[in-house]
Design a protein around this ligand. Structure first.
Ligand code: FES
Length: 310
């Protein structure tokens, strides 16, 4: 049995210097050294079997030539783990190796894990790249309320000749189309329109015109307090449910939201329930031809103040 090679020992081939010992490799079954790792002059690391060692004294003398050392397999570091102090205690006592200098081969079955995890990550990355064109419009739609410009398009909701009586609100449905990238969604929405009596107008506007502002703060429409046609958003300001105009036990007629039983009077004032604010009045204009038009805007539910989100 030759002396055991040590780290940094000079390695000499049968013809010339081959390099130095960079590591030693322990056989996990026999618990003896099985290979040395020779760092060659070009910086490469070659795994040389122990039976190529002729002698170990001041250095390691090999049976093979320095050229043949270059023909041994390069060290694939991922295929080995470093043996630390605790693990050394479990190896044969006669194994004369300093902690950190010896390598143990990773079991065959575990070797591909780094490669497997690489391919897993690679696959995820490829899928993410492929999914991006699909996800972008959805993401853009989701953040639209925060970052997109408001849509101030006027929508025809009703006609003035549909209101013979004052303070008789009617729900009107309309189709709304949202276009995001190449995705287009069309869905039904509804708002309430009515011809308000002077008393109801006064209760709604309380002597003041109502301004509607764009995202940049510019006023894009003013509801004049003397225009009798009024549109209320179809969404309850509490949590956004739809509501009805109907009689209740306590009120002859009122707007009733069935979700949490908020009740509003004809002017949208909260009579009872958890609603934090009156019904939302929307921009309303009457065309010369008698169409009642509105801008389909939405305010954040659950707040006392009105914060436009769409
Ligand atoms: S959503 Fe209308 S009362 Fe809650």
């Amino acid at each position: 049995m030759v002396n055991q090679p040590k780290i940094k020992m000079k390695v000499v081939g049968s013809d010339r210097d081959a390099g130095e010992v960079a590591n030693v490799i322990v056989d996990p079954v026999t618990k003896f050294l099985s290979h040395i790792v020779v760092r060659t002059e070009d910086g490469g690391q070659r795994v040389v079997p122990l039976d190529q060692i002729a002698d170990v004294s001041e250095g390691v003398r090999l049976r093979c030539s320095a050229v043949e050392v270059s023909g041994y397999p390069p060290l694939c570091r991922d295929d080995y783990t470093t043996v630390h102090e605790q693990e050394l205690a479990g190896l044969e006592a006669r194994l004369d190796v300093d902690p950190g200098h010896a390598l143990l081969p990773v079991p065959e079955g575990d070797r591909d894990i780094p490669r497997r995890s690489f391919f897993t990550k690679f696959t995820i990355a490829i899928n993410a790249v492929l999914a991006l064109p699909l996800a972008y419009p959805v993401f853009k739609f989701l953040i639209h309320p925060m970052y997109g410009p408001f849509d101030n398009t006027w929508v025809t909701l009703a006609r003035t000749d549909q209101f013979q009586d004052v303070d008789t609100p009617k729900s009107y449905r309309f189709r709304k189309t949202l276009k995001e990238g190449y995705l287009e969604r069309t869905f039904d929405k509804s708002h309430w329109a009515m011809k308000a009596s002077p008393e109801t107008l006064e209760a709604i506007y309380q002597g003041k015109d109502v301004e509607f502002r764009d995202k940049n703060g510019d006023v894009y429409w003013v509801n004049r307090r003397n225009v009798p046609y009024v549109v209320f958003s179809g969404k309850c300001p509490h949590l956004g449910c739809g509501y009805k105009w109907r009689s209740t036990k306590k009120y002859a007629m009122a707007f009733l939201c069935p979700c949490h039983l908020s009740i509003y009077d004809i002017a949208g004032t909260v009579l009872t329930g958890p609603a934090p604010r009156p019904l939302d009045v929307l921009p309303t204009r009457v065309t010369p031809g008698g169409d009642i038009e509105t801008v389909d805007i939405e305010f954040k539910a659950g707040l006392v103040g009105r914060v436009r989100v769409i």
